[in-house]
Design a protein around this ligand. Structure first.
Ligand code: UD1
Length: 397
């Protein structure tokens, strides 16, 4: 390459554990287009503990962020306000052409708002997912991000349908697949060769894996108690290991629920890194979770997943995957887990474009965005390429 091309200054915003997982393959793929795309990695610091942040950067081979805000925890208003202020300052300085935000976090919504108001193009990775429940902060964030984004990168076909139903311009919607699955497939090559860490003391028997962090479940004493009671209903038959998010850990103490844990109950451990988690997940008899990403990962790993929410924004995992919605209801949780222990296992298939090539499709589209900005004379060719990706969306309708 001549090195004389105009590069597309692209800011990629991350803040939380799942963002790191999803940004990694996009940044890796962009390396191939170094003459055309200049990526800048901004970490808001929404997650800052080493086992929620630094460890993930190491294991994913993610390069150090170019900018770190260190916003930390706080109320939604406090946290979002800090990100808005810091991101505006950095945007004024870096003057990017494109900002890429990921998922549904406070980091993503704040960055998207600053970029859109600063007349910078915004692309949303994992666009169009909806739980249709605005009591969840993530749903509010998604609605805002999608409304103000210029490009919508969709993981599953319901995402496209939701966006079109909301009046989003079809030309801005790209069904690119699931970039989290790119990472899963990459990490699985390493994780599958590692033994299950002895620290978990799981032996060779059956075990369940529990994760829990959504506010509606863990900030509400009744819901948290109900879920722990439901999962405890099977601990005599199967060990259950629980790498516990700090938010949840604080509330277990606050609500006096520690009696659910111990040798004969649920085993509480610190949050684990991406590789240990994947190992635990891929060998589990079943997974109990309220995480969106884990509903997706278990579908690919073909591990039964019991989702501890009343609804899911990951519809494809219910229709095509291994996911079963049990909500925060103790009897339903115990009964569904017993069914699985008795052999009633829901098997699934691989959703479209969950094939490890989502980052490729995203970066191809970013290259076309660049072309339409800097080489409008060749836009015809660019549009044709963009259309190839878009055709998949049309075919899904
Ligand atoms: C956030 C996202 C959620 C995402 C999740 C991934 C929002 C509104 N929520 O939820 O969509 O699924 O990340 O994990 O953006 N804490 C620590 N150390 C840390 C980070 C957090 O101790 O490094 C504790 C603090 O007490 C904090 C609480 O966890 O108040 C919640 O953290 P926060 O980032 O606000 O939300 P999450 O629950 O992690």
């Amino acid at each position: 390459m001549s090195g004389l091309q105009q590069r597309l200054n692209t800011v990629i915003v991350v803040g939380t554990r799942p963002d790191f997982m999803k940004a990694a393959p996009i940044i890796e793929r962009m390396k191939r287009f170094d003459d055309f795309i200049d990526p800048m990695l901004v970490h808001t610091g929404q997650h800052y503990d080493s086992n929620l942040s630094g460890l993930f950067f190491d294991e994913l081979g993610l390069r150090k962020p170019d900018i770190y805000f260190g916003v930390g925890s706080g109320t939604h208003a406090e946290q979002t306000a800090r990100i808005l202020t810091e991101f505006e300052k950095s945007l004024i300085e870096s003057k990017p052409h494109l900002v890429i935000v990921i998922g549904n976090t406070n980091s993503a919504v704040a960055a998207a708002m600053v970029a859109a108001k600063g007349k910078v193009l915004v692309a949303h990775v994992e666009s169009g997912l909806r739980s249709f429940d605005t009591s969840q902060p993530e749903e509010i964030n998604r609605l805002i991000i999608d409304k103000i984004s210029d490009y919508h990168f969709v993981t599953e076909c319901t995402g496209s349908h939701n966006l079109l139903n909301e009046g989003v311009d079809e030309e801005s919607v790209f069904f690119v697949g699931n970039v989290l699955i790119d990472t899963l497939l990459n990490l699985n090559k390493i994780a599958s060769a590692r033994p299950l860490s002895r620290q978990f003391d799981l032996g060779d028997g059956k075990y369940g894996l529990l994760t829990l962090h959504k506010p509606e479940n863990v900030d509400n004493p009744k819901a948290l108690k109900n879920i722990l009671a439901g999962v405890s209903g099977v601990t005599e038959k199967m060990k259950v290991i629980f790498p516990c998010h700090p938010r949840t850990r604080n509330n277990i103490d606050k609500f006096n629920l520690i009696s659910y844990f111990g040798e004969s109950g649920i085993r509480l451990v610190e949050p684990v890194g991406a590789l240990d988690f994947l190992k635990l997940e891929s060998k589990a008899t079943m997974v109990f979770t309220d995480s969106g990403g884990i509903q997706e990962e278990t579908t690919i790993l073909n591990i039964p997943c019991l989702t501890l929410r009343k609804s899911t924004d990951r519809q494809v995992t219910l229709h095509e995957g291994t996911n079963i919605l049990v909500g925060p209801y103790p009897e339903r949780i115990t009964a569904a887990a017993e069914n699985i222990l008795n052999g009633a296992v829901k098997t699934g298939s691989t959703p479209k474009y969950w094939d490890g090539k989502a980052a490729e499709r995203i970066v191809d589209t970013v290259m076309n965005i660049r072309k339409s900005l800097f080489e409008p004379e060749s836009v015809k060719e660019g549009t044709a390429k963009v259309r190839t990706v878009r055709e998949a969306l049309v075919a899904e309708k």
